[in-house]
Design a protein around this ligand. Structure first.
Ligand SMILES: NC(=O)N[C@@H](CC(=O)O)C(=O)O
Ligand SMILES: [Zn+2]
Ligand SMILES: [Zn+2]
Length: 343
């Protein structure tokens, strides 16, 4: 196959950052995505409607005229989020979900939730309002191994939440383990998951064998290849519980290539193209449209996009970096070829 036309895709988990970086991150995201769920882990985080809507304005000011890109905003949950915060967010019409960052689990999560019980009234209000809960699913206990943090989160946090809020729609974001695939499959229709391109393309050997590769360091951390294989099977299965969320997370080059490097991998320069490589390898290009363009809006109860984009098989070489404000970001597959591009 040398050309593939699908319904315009959306990205159900992306980081655009803020300030001088926005023109660059929005530029990449707005090239062909219809919508994107914009992560709220800014400094300071977007913890209320006013902050989220102001952030939305800053994003939209960078969307090119000819793009139809639409940012979907997310509220950052803290121990202090109130039921009223949820009601206001829902009423705004622009905030479609709230995000659970266990405090300390990932980049800019220090203001996150320290104990899930602290937000039980908020989860109740979200369930009632029909607002989705997005989850960074890792525990943060010092004595739990970093490779086990997602699995332990399923057992100790998510299992009770699903039992206590059966009507709450939950997206387990950027899943990295077979445990999460099995968990999501075992739940009712209100539990789904996003999968990144980098977790489909890589496992921890890519990050650690032959020298440490900081641009593969993201959270949840890349796991062993058996987990990678389970993710590939889930993504390419056509099952409606799994959909596209790149978790494209730009960090300045010098903050990644450092003695203590930041977590996050940048994929927005080639989001759909990277997934296409995986789906092609699996002989599953016919399933790409469901994963990229149908399952996400269906789960969010939003209309599917009505126009199309076309991928063509014309190899190109990824630049070694892209502008990111005053600095640069090193993308996934820097200096390597990608066989697909969006026309
Ligand atoms: N995935 C990451 O490793 N980093 C993300 C945060 C997140 O999504 O957990 C970031 O904001 O940089
Ligand atoms: Zn996360
Ligand atoms: Zn993320």
């Amino acid at each position: 196959m040398t050309s593939l036309t699908i319904t315009r895709p959306d990205d159900w988990h992306i980081h655009l950052r803020d300030g001088e970086q926005l023109k660059d991150t929005v530029g990449h995201a707005a090239r062909y995505l219809g919508r994107a769920i914009i992560m709220p882990n800014l400094v300071p985080p977007a913890t209320n409607t006013q902050l989220a809507l102001a952030y939305r304005e800053r994003i939209t000011s960078h969307i090119p005229q000819d793009s139809q890109f639409k940012p979907l905003m997310v509220l950052y949950l803290t121990d202090n989020t109130t039921v009223d915060d949820i009601k206001q967010a829902k009423a705004s019409g622009h905030i479609v979900a709230a995000k659970l960052y266990p405090a300390g689990a990932t980049t800019n999560s220090d203001s996150g939730v320290t104990d899930i019980k602290n937000i039980y009234p908020v989860l109740e209000a979200m369930q009632e309002a029909g607002m989705l809960l997005l989850v960074h699913g890792e525990v943060t206990c010092a004595d739990i191994d970093i490779f086990d943090r997602e699995k332990v989160f399923l057992e100790t946090v998510l299992t009770p939440v699903v039992a206590d809020f059966p009507e709450l729609k939950i997206v387990l974001e950027h899943i990295t383990t077979k445990d999460s695939v099995d968990f999501v499959l075992a739940q009712n229709k209100n539990v789904a998951a996003t999968i990144t391109a980098h977790h489909l393309l890589y496992n921890r050997n890519h990050m650690l064998v032959g020298g440490i590769k900081p641009h593969f360091y993201c959270l949840p951390i890349l796991k062993r290849n058996t987990h990678q294989q389970a993710l590939v099977e889930a993504a390419t299965s056509g099952n409606a519980k799994f959909f596209l969320g790149t978790d494209s997370a730009p960090h300045m080059k010098h903050k990644k290539e450092a003695a203590c490097g930041c977590a996050g991998s940048y994929t927005a320069h080639a989001a759909l193209e990277l997934y296409a490589e995986v789906f092609e390898q699996e002989n599953a290009l016919d399933k790409l449209e469901a994963f990229a363009s149908f399952n996400g809006p269906d789960f969010y109860n939003l209309p599917r996009n009505t126009d199309t984009v076309t991928l063509v098989k014309e190899p190109w070489t990824v630049p070694q970096s892209y502008a990111l404000g005053e600095d640069v970001v090193v993308p996934i597959k820097a200096n390597e070829d990608i066989s697909w591009q969006v026309k």
